[in-house]
Design a protein around this ligand. Structure first.
Ligand SMILES: *Cc1c(COP(=O)(O)O)cnc(C)c1O
Length: 357
């Protein structure tokens, strides 16, 4: 089998070393003679993995004092409910930048007064709203920093007069973040941090405890902070692979180094999209994501879409079919995707052009 160039949107490509080490641990966890998925999470060797993983999150993102990192079940989708449960008392504002943002808002609406401060629904979420005012009396303002489906991204840490909460499922660890600007950053691991089955939350501890509702034990972030993410049985396999992924990231120079690589990959692919007469990008240029690069066939060439997909697959390029709500193509260039993978896609686009223009 030839080497595949994997552009899946999530779960995504992970570094090979993380996969290899996971295979070893599945057979024998740290020389115990027991498989990783059969050990007790109360054994000493497991504590070390949890501690190392938490420490790596803090180190890689330069998380300041006063924050804790927890690992949870339920993905980012349960995170939407965690947010509303733990922070919504009177009123919450959301930036509606896509399907995930809308789903987050829906959970908050179910619990109280929550609304969209601004939305880009008018143009199928192809841009990030600008010039909106964040009301000063909100309990929190919620943003989705990277809109995985539409390929738009808020690439700066915005100034916010109220506690800022961000779903960073699909751009966490892809670029430096000033964590101190956020009350909470959360997401599913499976886009950039690890495999499916675990979610993360980076919580400013003094932002909690401000709501009067009853918080079910499992939905109270404080439970997981107090019990070091082991109130109940943690997903040991997912956390193990996440830890290996973070070790790999640290080894190549951390978030700052991967950011440079990610920008170069994105620039390479966007340059080809803008140059090649067969393709056009769908996201507003100033809001283009460096993680999910969305494009369609140029007007007049729409009938070539399926042919290009097949052409790409024949060259071992997989996972570029766009989400059904945008159509066309989406190349997800998460951390483990390489410049070489992107260049393989660019070469395919150029060769396809030679056949058709
Ligand atoms: C994938 C994704 C989600 C949903 O994640 P799950 O872990 O599957 O619940 C939420 N938000 C964003 C931005 C995503 O990309």
């Amino acid at each position: 089998m030839g080497k595949k160039h994997i552009f899946n949107a999530g779960p995504c490509l992970l570094p090979q070393v993380a996969i290899d080490n996971a295979i070893e641990a599945l057979k024998d966890f740290k020389g115990t003679g027991v498989s990783l998925i059969s050990i007790s999470h109360r054994t000493k060797g497991w504590d070390e993995v949890m501690d190392e993983c938490r420490a790596l999150w803090k180190e890689l993102l330069h998380i300041p004092e006063g924050y804790e990192v927890v690992f949870l079940g339920g993905g980012a989708s349960l995170g939407f409910l965690y947010v509303a449960m733990n922070y919504l008392e009177n009123k919450a504002g959301y930036l509606e930048t896509g399907v995930w943002a809308k789903k987050a808002l829906k959970e908050a609406k179910g619990l109280g007064n929550a609304f969209a401060v601004a939305s880009s629904a008018d143009k199928n979420y192809c841009y990030i709203p600008k010039g909106y005012e964040i009301p000063a009396d909100l309990d929190y303002f919620h943003i989705t920093t990277n809109n995985t489906i539409y390929g738009t991204e808020i690439r700066e840490d915005i100034d916010c007069p109220v506690p800022l909460i961000a779903d960073m499922s699909s751009d966490i660890l892809s670029r430096p973040v000033d964590v101190s600007k956020y009350a909470l950053i959360y997401g599913g691991a499976q886009k950039n941090a690890g495999p499916a089955g675990v979610a993360f939350a980076i919580i400013k501890t003094d932002s909690l405890g401000k709501v009067s509702r009853y918080l079910p034990t499992m939905l109270d972030y404080r439970t997981h902070i107090d019990k070091l993410s082991m109130f109940n049985t943690p997903p040991v396999f997912s956390i193990f692979v996440m830890n290996e992924t973070l070790k790999w990231l640290k080894g190549i120079g951390g978030v700052e180094a991967i950011h440079k690589i990610n920008v170069k990959k994105a620039e390479t692919l966007y340059a080809e999209i803008d140059r090649n007469p067969l393709f056009v990008g769908t996201a507003a240029k100033e809001d283009r994501s460096i993680m999910n690069i969305c494009f369609v066939m140029a007007p007049g060439h729409e009938d070539l879409q399926d042919e290009f997909l097949k052409f790409a697959v024949a060259r071992d390029i997989v996972g570029i079919k766009g989400h059904r709500s945008v159509g066309g193509f989406r190349a997800s260039t998460y951390n483990a995707c390489t410049q070489e993978d992107v260049e393989a896609l660019v070469a395919a686009m150029q060769d396809f052009e030679k056949l058709h223009v």
